[in-house]
Design a binder for this molecule. Sequence first.
Ligand SMILES: [Zn+2]
Length: 332
Amino acid sequence: MTSYKELGLVNTREMFAKAVAGGYAIPAFNFNTMEQMQAIVQAAVECKSPVIMQVSKGARAYANGTILRYMAQGAVEYAKELGCENPQIVLHLDHGDSFEICKECIDNGFSSVMIDGSHLPYEENIALTKKVVDYAHAHDVTVEAELGVLAGVEDEVSSAVSHYTKPEEVVDFSTRSGCDSLAISIGTSHGAYKFTREQCTVDPQTGKLVPPPLAFGILAEIEKQLPGFPIVLHGSSSVPQDEVDTINAFGGKLPDAVGIPEEQLRQASKSAVCKINIDSDSRLAMTAAIRKHFAEHPDHFDPRQYLKPARENMKKMYIHKIMNVLGSNDKL
Ligand SMILES: [Zn+2]
């Protein structure tokens, strides 16, 4: 048994309370590699931002859960080495799909877990979430639950259609399950292809797809039902078109990749939305930098030569999100 407290990590309780009160959102960046971890920590330290480093089922399969946990411990020490006296770093399990996975993570140094029972019938979702909450709270670990279904593909989580969260269910669900935060579905979507061509309109000047707006009416209704309760948005990459263009210009093929416009995420950050999940944008930033580097330096074969610009490009993206979209800078 390793408590996250021994690793210098924190849970989300105080962080979310401050974010909701302060009208900003905490970035939740997925990580699988050392370069992503370094870029996240550098960005958080430079911006004086709290940060959630999250691990998906796919990340555990790719990098190994134990290694990722030690990387999170390393992230805390690295942040201190970079001059941050009191880093606020959460190690979070993204889309835990069983009590057993959540327990394993809680027993191994995670400070926050998500139990995603959104695919289950309502009562079963409550029962599963409550079981995880009871175990987690006994170890002072916070729990994110999900109500409503997001469309799209994220590692092994996928759904063809979305079902918006029903505002009339949120009070009953959060009270009976005891969850600390709630992921809702208001039109965000997993992956780099969040919307089909048919769902979008086309910008006549650029020819780029313009996605449909998020359901802010539903978010407002949820806030009315649950004043001050921490709300989470998944699938909130904005799929920057300059990165997509770079990838396509240097041999990639990502037609019609489209994300959530940053203006809408900025608006959501000011509400009770206090955690915004960003994964695809990091993948795009890394891939764009590597493709460009390979095209410009066909003689390079030392991984450090192309991973360094990849890390720099991810760091630039993380800083942009913190400073210009979520507003979590200068909060340490
Ligand atoms: Zn998700």
